[in-house]
Design a protein around this ligand. Structure first.
Ligand code: CA
Length: 228
């Protein structure tokens, strides 16, 4: 089971994240101090660490420094105040893999968690890669390990970005995903919200998977057809 360490001193937020991650199928352990964060992080029993910057004893930057300094490569998502752009830049420089500005909706954090775990799973030889499986819907099959894609049994070539977009749609088959959700989940935080990149890639995917498989929900976003 994929396990995630949450280092957050605010009990309410810690419970919110821990509960949400458990509901999403992860083993989640919450601790309240930087010291405990380091102790748990050094054990390397976790696949991912969600780390708050504002902690009462040792701040998140120092926790990160100490972990990275000890050779711990566990991916880290830093929680930072929405206004602290400098914090964010600093955290990415000190070895965080991603950041989540507060306040956030749980779904936003979950998307980043999945993206980060997926990036780790893609690393050759990782334990996560060995346990990754496949997604299938309406004749479209994605092998998350080999990145092989078939449509009604015939192999299709997808670019890395197309694959991520297809994966996001398959993971939420039948649900409408907004452009904004797809942008933040597939392209990450580093995107221009006004960009039409999602529409462009949906067009590519339709060409490769069959146009009837992806429905446009006018004014909202896109949805994988429940069954064409
Ligand atoms: Ca805090």
């Amino acid at each position: 089971m994929t396990s995630i360490l949450i280092v957050e001193d605010e009990a309410r937020i810690r419970a919110f994240i821990t509960k949400g991650l458990k509901a999403a199928g992860y083993a989640a352990v919450g601790v309240a101090t930087g010291r405990e964060g380091i102790d748990h992080g050094l054990s390397e029993e976790f696949d991912l660490i969600v780390l708050d910057i504002g902690l009462p004893d040792i701040d998140g930057f120092d926790v990160l420094d100490q972990l990275r300094g000890s050779g711990v490569r566990t991916p880290v998502i830093v929680l930072t105040a929405r206004t602290s752009v400098d914090d964010t830049v600093q955290s990415l420089e000190t070895g965080a893999d991603d950041y989540m500005p507060k306040p956030f909706r749980f779904e936003e954090l979950l998307a980043r968690v999945r993206l980060r775990l997926r990036a780790t799973a893609d690393a050759p030889g990782s334990a996560a890669a060995a346990s990754a499986t496949s997604l299938e819907h309406g004749g479209v099959r994605l092998d998350l390990r080999t990145r092989r894609v078939t449509v009604d049994g015939a192999e299709v070539e997808l670019s890395a970005r197309e694959f991520s977009l297809a994966q996001e749609l398959l993971e939420h088959a039948g649900q409408v995903l907004t452009r904004e959700q797809l942008l933040s989940r597939v392209w990450g935080y580093d995107f221009d919200p006004a960009s039409n990149v999602v529409d462009v890639y949906i067009r590519y995917l339709r060409r490769k998977l069959g146009s009837e498989r992806i429905e446009t929900v006018r004014g909202v976003g896109y949805r994988l057809a429940s069954r064409s």
